[in-house]
Design a protein around this ligand. Sequence first.
Ligand code: A3P
Length: 289
Amino acid sequence: RDELLFSYKGILYPATFCSPEVFRAMESLEARSDDIILAGYPKSGTNWVGQILNDLVGIFEKKTQNKESSMNDEELEEFPYLEIGDTGKFERMNKLPSRRVIFTHLLPENLPRSIFKSKAKILLLIRNPKDVATSFYHFSNAMSPLPSYETWDDFFVAFMTKKMPWGCYFEYISKWNKYADDENVMTITYEELKEHPVLGVKNIAAFFGFSPTEKELQIVVERSSFQSMKKNSQKTHGAFGNLLFRKGGVSDWKNHFSEDQNEKMDKAFEEHIGRTKLGRKLKYEVYCK
Ligand code: A3P
């Protein structure tokens, strides 16, 4: 288990995906004010919201640059996660045309400084911790580069004791909390997007300065529905497709958490983030009780 992860600045990462060299090279990224940064703790719905953002960019490019439909399922020029790749990635990214959509699971303090300096807009995606843990458990057991767990109980202990790749959920939310009021940061929850997808996509579009028509909005919502993304996943995500689109809903935690685990999670939530802005935004009473 230990060989699969390495520690960098106090946070664990999977060695198959990340490396200290790539973290160091990352400082050479020249962020732009029109970059679209999607930040979220793992398993918060990154691929879902990433698809929405890429489609919005596709529609915009088609309109403004007369490109053939850019809204397609072809492979992207660079793997979209900032911290995953090789050391040459950032120089190549510097040459990519705008607008770039960049995903990341990093804490704000570990992002390249130019992201904040450039005033690139950041969409912060958050999801309730019980469903995040449930999703992370299944993903860890399905993905060989991540440590696997014999039982859900083992996983729960690891999740609650900061042993996760990309660090601790609560630390992630509390660190990002300091940015929640910035005008360049918009927060959206997995749960609100699931409940009101049209409104969610509309708000995301407005934040990044896109103005899709009602029909375009409908197309983006339809293409990003769990069913369509799952159906398309072989094409868009290759062998990982099956692992990434698991249940795509709210409350699967109810099939996993014991009473004692519920109590522990409720207590940790209250203690670490319950009274913070992002904590309240998660509507814990609605989605985790
Ligand atoms: P579950 O494991 O609960 O099903 P990430 O992309 O950050 O790794 O997050 C993965 C989680 O988002 C998985 O949750 C996955 O099923 C869910 N997901 C992916 N696409 C989705 C979609 N279009 N709508 C809703 N949930 C989606």
